[in-house]
Every structure is written in C-alpha cells, then in structure tokens.
Design a protein around this ligand. Structure first.
Ligand code: 13P
Length: 250
C-alpha cells in the first residue's frame, strides 16, 4: 500500500499556553525519528506558542475549525487568513462536536472546505454516524452524505489536499472503539464513495483516518487494516506518553 500513515492529535478545548508548550516540546522530541506524517491541532489561543515549537520538525500545525468567510463582521469567529498568518497548514472541519453541539450542517462545512482549499490549506474532513444512526443501519448512508456534501465543488486536483477522518460519534471520548473490522468496513465504503466521485486512482490515494478512543493499546490493530491510514486522536493526544506510542505504532 502506497498511502502514508497520518497520525493527528486533536487537543480540543484543553491546555493553557504553558501546558501546550510542554506537550509540543515532548512531541517534537518523541517523534523526531517517527516515520509517518504527524499533526498537532491545539486550540486557537495556543497556535502561536505551538507554531514556534514545531517549526522545522516533522509535526504539522493544525487548527480545529475556522470561519466560512475570509474576513469581515463575524464577531467571535477566526479567519483562514489569521490561521495562515500563524503558520497553520491544516484545518479540521466538520468534527462531530461542531456538527452536533454547534449545529454546523453540511452546507456550512462545505463552504469552509472550499475556502480552506482556496487558501491552500490541507483539510481533514470528519464524517461519522451517531449510535442511533448506526443502530438504524444508516452508518454508510450518513457517511456517504457527509462525504459527498462536504466535497461538493472540490476539484480532482484539490482532492490531494483532502484527508477524511471517520469518527463514529458513539466512539468519541467514550472508551468504546469501533472494532478494526467495523471501522475498516466504513473506510472501504467511504473510499468507494470517493471512487464514484473522483475515480479509482484518487480513491486509492486518499488518506482515511480513524478517530474514536484510539489508544496505544488498539492503534496497531486499527492501522493493520487495509483501509485505515492513520488516526485522529482526542484524549490520548493530550499526553506525549500516550500520543507518541500511537504515532509510532508497530
Ligand atoms: P477521543 O480519542 O477522545 O475519543 O476523540 C476522538 C476525536 O474526536 C478526535 O477528533
């Protein structure tokens, strides 16, 4: 398989600048001989601190969200231009916490995706079903809709800047991980959706991360699956002691 593994840490709404600096230093040190692609996505107020520490390392800097407009009268929002100014290279969009707590819909997420791409950022587009949707047999359909609508208007050339993260909502922060088999089945399905939209070659190349209670103990089994190309890690990304072993799984 020619796809590169891509392990990303989503720090969510955790840490002060001093705590973030401590973690960033430990990650730079712990991952300096790491063989995969890595990302740290701290909260907005931590970006400048973390940017200075990961500069020149093999860890990319990511943001967890951004506004759908480039600039203007949008009180409380953060613009893609402001993120780029801090050295952000990647933005996580459509995270289930944005979809469910803050009611972001596919249309808004798509607008953000297109703006991020226009501004040259890499996008991690999150998709995933709730427990209710899974139990109703709708997991594939939900992920398909979120993928298709999230990528509306994205060209084949731009797709190289897209990473998909499959994060089943019921597995996030709950300690319940999808079995590697269940996760792989959805990853294969989403890869098929990309194939329908962009062709088999693009489908073979796109990186699809798994997210939801990834830990050092389950990372290797998940990564061993054909269609799982990395991880988007929440809780276990808050400590180098847990993130580094995931990032260096074997
Ligand atoms: P946990 O790893 O804490 O389940 O969070 C996953 C996640 O939402 C990453 O974006």
């Amino acid at each position: 398989m020619s796809r590169q593994y891509y392990i990303a840490g989503n720090w969510k709404m955790h840490k002060t600048r001093a705590e973030a600096a401590e973690l960033a230093k430990a990650l730079v040190d712990g991952l300096k001989d790491g063989k995969h692609k890595y990302l740290a996505a701290p909260g907005f107020t931590l970006l400048e601190t973390v940017a200075a520490l990961v500069k020149g390392s093999n860890i990319r800097l990511g943001a967890q969200n951004m506004a759908a407009e480039e600039q203007g009268a949008h009180t409380g929002e953060v613009s893609v231009l402001q993120l780029k100014d801090l050295g952000v290279e990647t933005v996580i969009l459509g995270h289930s916490e944005r979809r469910h707590i803050y009611k972001e819909d596919d249309g808004l997420i798509n607008k953000k995706v297109r703006l991020a791409l226009k501004q040259g950022l890499e996008v991690i587009l999150c998709v995933g079903e709730t427990l209710e949707e899974r139990e109703a047999g709708k997991a594939e359909a939900v992920c398909e809709t979120q993928t298709v609508k999230g990528l509306e208007g994205v060209s084949a050339a731009e797709l190289s800047k897209i990473v998909i993260a499959y994060e089943p909502v019921w597995a996030i922060g709950t300690g319940k991980t999808a079995t590697p088999e269940d996760a792989d089945a959805i990853h294969a399905y989403v890869r098929g959706v990309i194939g329908k939209l962009y062709g088999a070659e693009a489908a073979g190349k796109i990186i699809i991360q798994y997210g939801g209670s990834v830990k050092p103990e389950n990372a290797a089994q998940l990564m061993a699956k054909e269609n799982i190309d990395g991880a988007l890690v929440g809780g276990a990304a808050l400590k180098a002691d847990t993130f580094v072993p995931i990032a260096k799984f074997s």
